[in-house]
Design a protein around this ligand. Structure first.
Ligand code: GLU
Length: 410
């Protein structure tokens, strides 16, 4: 089963409860528009390589398409479809005026030089530009892309359409990015974790947290969880992880990482593989890296009380069922990591209004939106006696369906 089929299993469960007929399911499940492009790139050695690129526009019932751009070897059409559909439900769960989309290029960006990535990004943007627009589709970063990639996308789009900072979000602050956008996915995830812990009767102070992935999402989750008084006992990068049962000094781990050494070898920690890290004894496990890392193979061995999905789709439906049976709460991606797209929403708004917010304003608004989304989900968990994931899908799918009805699609 591919990732898109898996996400659709979660969708179908919500559709069953909402009593949606087959036609309506098709309308909400299928991407509304898909574009596949070839992205030819002149490599530094003079050769030409042609990469596959995608922009999948899943649903725009609630607003313009919105979603990141992934550069990753596994970013094939079904993975991008899955991620696009998650964006539709995510923007609806946090009730911001966007639909869902995702783009990607199937490549390994770590093997490309900066000039190759620059040329590849520009060509990709040129090839999909006719789908984009500040009121049509607004890309952002995702795995393998960053603020620099967004600067190139904005520039390539601007060369065609004129200066348009609101065409992408996640830009460098100097050219129209928003303060707080980089920390927003991590900050949002920790807000949700804090609210849920309170409702579950767990204490955040001193809670043992394991974070898989120390990139743009995971490193912020670790930093903010550490600031809030959690004991972050293990973190990992692609090359492997580090563990200290007494808690890691996260600001020092960040410094160690910035020295270019990865996280492994951090003084006073033991090395742990990415696979073993997921099975460590802890209170909160935060997968913040790639898809499907918790599955039927390892779900029986997960020893956390709560799994907080900071990555997109880190738990397969089979893994999810096992965790549920074992009484492990799973806080789902479409709620937990929505802080990223909420930060994007603030950036887009500031670009449209040509106005700047300060960091306090961004944090306060982010907190408001994330808390209100959490409370909406929690209310459904209690009322319907369902899991957090089922509740979030019921909320997201219900809102998109309602908007589609109001607009006269169904
Ligand atoms: N890539 C992020 C996500 O998966 C952010 C998307 C956006 O800001 O548009 O939610």
């Amino acid at each position: 089963m591919n990732a898109f089929d898996e996400v659709n299993q979660f969708f179908d469960r919500a559709a069953d409860r909402l009593g949606l007929d087959d036609g309506t399911r098709d309308l909400l499940k299928k991407p509304w528009r898909e574009l596949t492009v070839s992205v030819p790139v002149r490599m530094d050695d003079g050769s030409i390589e042609v990469f596959n690129g995608y922009r999948i526009q899943h649903n725009a019932a609630r607003g313009p398409y919105k979603g990141g751009t992934r550069f990753h070897p596994a970013a094939d059409v079904n993975e991008v479809r899955a991620l696009a559909s998650l964006m539709t439900w995510k923007t609806a769960v946090v009730d911001i005026p966007f639909g869902g989309a995702k783009g990607g290029i199937q490549c390994d960006p770590r093997t490309l030089s900066e000039t190759e990535r620059n040329r590849m990004t520009r060509r990709y943007t040129t090839n999909i530009h006719h789908l984009l627009g500040v009121n049509r589709d607004i890309p952002a970063p995702d795995m393998g892309t960053d603020s620099q990639t967004m600067a190139w996308m904005m520039d390539a789009y601007g060369a065609i359409a004129g200066y348009t900072p609101g065409i992408v979000t996640g830009k460098p602050i100097e050219i129209g990015g928003s303060v707080g956008r980089d920390a927003a996915p991590g900050r949002g995830a920790v807000y949700v974790m804090g609210e849920a812990a309170r409702d579950m009767g767990l204490t955040v102070d001193g809670a043992r947290v394991v974070v898989q992935g120390f990139g743009q999402v995971g490193s912020w989750v670790a930093r903010i969880a550490h600031e809030m008084g959690c004991k972050v006992v293990a973190v990992s990068g692609i090359e492997g992880g580090i563990y200290n049962p007494n808690g890691l000094d996260i600001p020092k781990v960040v410094e160690h990482l910035q020295e270019g050494n990865g996280v492994v070898g951090f003084p006073g920690s033991d090395a742990v593989s990415n696979t073993d890290l997921l099975e460590l004894d802890c209170d909160v496990l935060v997968p913040a890296a790639i898809e499907s890392v918790i599955h039927q193979g390892n779900a029986p061995r997960i020893r956390a009380a709560v799994v907080v999905e900071a990555a997109n789709h880190p738990v397969t439906p089979e893994g999810d069922a096992i965790l549920n049976d074992r009484g492990i709460h799973v806080l789902p991606d479409i709620l937990v990591n929505a802080g990223g797209v909420v930060g994007s929403y603030f950036e887009w708004t500031q670009n449209l209004y040509q106005h700047k917010w300060d960091e306090d304003e961004v944090s306060e608004e982010l907190h408001k939106i994330m808390s209100s989304a959490y409370r909406d989900v929690w209310e459904i968990v209690q009322r319907e006696q369902v899991t957090f994931r089922e509740a979030a899908f019921l909320l997201g799918v219900g809102r998109v369906h309602h908007a589609a009805k109001l607009r006269g699609f169904v």
